[in-house]
Structures are given as structure tokens and as C-alpha cells.
Design a protein. Structure first.
Length: 143
């Protein structure tokens, strides 16, 4: 899962956008549940500092949830990915299933004093790349 976490972090764009891949698009940021889990369990790979992961995943939350069209008149999530997009729903999709997105918030289980929250925010891989900063190439060599 650590290796997947590394790959997942690299898919978060400099503005917090991420690719709409898979059939579970309407769960929005739930795709980042593995990163949240690794952070919560203190299992992030050494290549992924906590401040970097926090900054990246918070950027995805902002990117999606800042748009008010994600919510209905009562403040509930609508079916969609980045807005109200009912055509993305499946036959089993309903207003309640949209809350699977909350799985991306596992790190909220950490106390405010935890290093995940107190570590300085750092630019994530794509933010570094598109800013012309050095960033680690993605090599995988088994030890």
C-alpha cells in the first residue's frame, strides 16, 4: 500500500485536481483513502513527508468542495464528481452513498497535536514539478 500511496500522491495536480478514473467517481475524494489510511496508521513511506501528504490531500478537498454545486439546497452532497453530475451515478447510487467520500478524511482521527497536523506544509510532487523545482524521480527498486 505504501507504493500505491506514492503513486497516488503523484497524481494530485498542482491545483489539487486529480484524474477522474474508475467507476466510483461520485465518491469524489474517497480515491485518496489509502493516503489518509497510511497517514492515520503512521505508515507513510519515508519519501512522503506528512506535511506534503497533508497539503496535497487538503488541496484535493478544496478543489472539489469549494464549488457549491456539489451540494443541494439543503446542504447535502449531490451525485457527481466535481459538481452535480447525475449522469455519473450508477443504478445503485443515492444521496447517502456520496458520503463514502468521508473515507478520505481518516487523518481527522489524529489529534491536533499529531505531527501530521503540526508538520509544516510542503509542496507535493506535481506542485514541485510544475514550479520547476527539484523532485524525486519515480524509481522502484526492491530492496
Amino acid at each position: 500500500m505504501q507504493r500505491f500511496g506514492e503513486a497516488l500522491e503523484r497524481m494530485i495536480g498542482p491545483d489539487g485536481a486529480f484524474p477522474p478514473v474508475g467507476r466510483s467517481l461520485t465518491y469524489r475524494t474517497a480515491v485518496h483513502q489509502p493516503l489518509a489510511y497510511l497517514a492515520w496508521r503512521k505508515l507513510l513511506h519515508a519519501k512522503l513527508p506528512e506535511g506534503q501528504v497533508r497539503a496535497a490531500t487538503m488541496a484535493t478537498q478544496r478543489r472539489i468542495f469549494v464549488d457549491p454545486s456539489n451540494f443541494d439546497a439543503n446542504g447535502f452532497l449531490t451525485i457527481g464528481f466535481a459538481r452535480h453530475q447525475p449522469s455519473l451515478g450508477d443504478v445503485y447510487s443515492n444521496a447517502g452513498s456520496m458520503y463514502i467520500t468521508s473515507e478520505s478524511l481518516l487523518a481527522l482521527g489524529l489529534p491536533a497535536s499529531d505531527s501530521y497536523w503540526t508538520a509544516p506544509a510542503q509542496p507535493w510532487t506535481m506542485r514541485k514539478a510544475y514550479a520547476g523545482q527539484d523532485f524525486p524521480k519515480d524509481y522502484y527498486i526492491a530492496n
